[in-house]
Write a protein that binds this ligand. Structure first.
Ligand code: FES
Length: 322
């Protein structure tokens, strides 16, 4: 569990934004100003049954009277998006974290390329609006399965920057399809790429960008929480605490954070799915079996840090800087 402050908010409005997509307007229970946030921020929503889900804020960061989050009803939901869609109603109180930003705009960017896939539009739109407001140079591409699944199409169409946004529908004509290789064809210094969307979309964008030679420092991305895949090859191993030399056994069906917590060693976590980076811990010896979506391939390959909420070990012992 995250140790950050918990806010009690009330659902002031629930709106259908597109097929299977609803937005929720959250206001502080009892009224008042909410903590400030910047474009790209998300909040953790603590649902019943101990579920925590992260949702990007997609209203104007200048607003302090509300947070707007947007949720896709995911058929493969482990409960989070289903609970939000079916159970959470107007007037209900939710517990959320204060906003956190793992996906900030790079202020040194001379130009920005913003790429949204489906519900990934939530942080991307907020970032685009921010860039438009500051007069920055940018272009946004918004890929969805179909027009009816395209949230915020009206908000974008009526914006002053509408011409800088291109929509791409999977079921549309070939001419309007997103040409990733073309858009990312020439890495240029000062151009920063932001991508958010389903894993397949992000993997394709990031692979294309890396293949074309985009430097890692110019690629910014945020994965959505997804199911961490347990594999049959997950085995037992041991964690050694560098400070005391103590060895803790990690059984096959336990995560490192669970086993350490049972042994009295708490590591702060939030998403518990390898997405947020909250639990990132230094590895001094041994080779982690990375299962997170947070570290870049280069960072994973360095093997000097890992996410103990979901990652495991390839060697019998991992020595952690704890
Ligand atoms: S708690 Fe989010 S990456 Fe581990």
């Amino acid at each position: 569990m995250s140790h950050s402050a918990i806010l009690a908010v009330r659902v002031a409005r629930k709106t259908t934004e597109a097929l299977d997509i609803s937005s929720f307007e959250l206001v502080l229970e009892g009224g008042g100003a909410l903590p400030a946030f910047s474009a790209g921020s998300h909040v953790d929503v603590h649902l019943d049954d101990g579920l925590t889900r992260q949702y990007s804020l997609c209203n104007d960061p200048k607003e302090t009277h509300r947070y707007l989050i947007c949720v896709l009803m995911d058929a493969a939901s482990r409960g989070g998006s289903k609970a939000m869609h079916e159970k959470v109603q107007v007037g209900q109180t939710l517990k959320i974290s204060a906003p956190k930003n793992h996906f900030p705009l790079a202020h040194e960017a001379q130009r920005s390329l913003l790429l949204a896939g489906g519900i990934g539009v939530t942080p991307i739109l907020c970032m685009t609006e921010r860039l438009a407001m500051t007069g920055a140079s940018f272009e946004m591409h918004y890929c969805t399965r179909s027009r009816e699944r395209t949230a915020f199409a009206g908000r974008i169409a009526s914006a002053g920057f509408a011409k800088q946004v291109q929509f791409h529908f999977d079921d549309g004509a070939d001419a309007q399809k997103f040409d990733m290789a073309k858009v990312l064809s020439t890495p240029q210094s000062g151009v920063h790429v932001y991508v958010c969307g389903p894993k397949g979309f992000m993997d394709a964008v990031l692979k294309t960008a890396r293949d074309q030679g985009w430097p890692e420092a110019q690629l910014h991305y945020e994965f959505f929480a997804s199911e961490v895949v347990a594999s049959d090859s997950d085995g037992e191993f041991e964690i050694k605490l560098a400070s005391s030399g103590r060895l803790i056994k990690i059984l096959k069906d336990k995560t490192v954070t669970q086993a350490l917590s049972e042994a009295g060693v708490e590591i702060q976590t939030s998403c518990e799915q390898g997405v947020c980076g909250t639990c990132l811990t230094r590895v001094l010896e041994g080779v982690p079996d990375h299962k997170d979506l947070y570290l870049s391939p280069e960072e994973q390959a360095a093997n000097d840090q890992f996410t103990p909420c979901c990652s495991r070990a390839k060697t019998p012992v991992l020595v952690l800087d704890l």
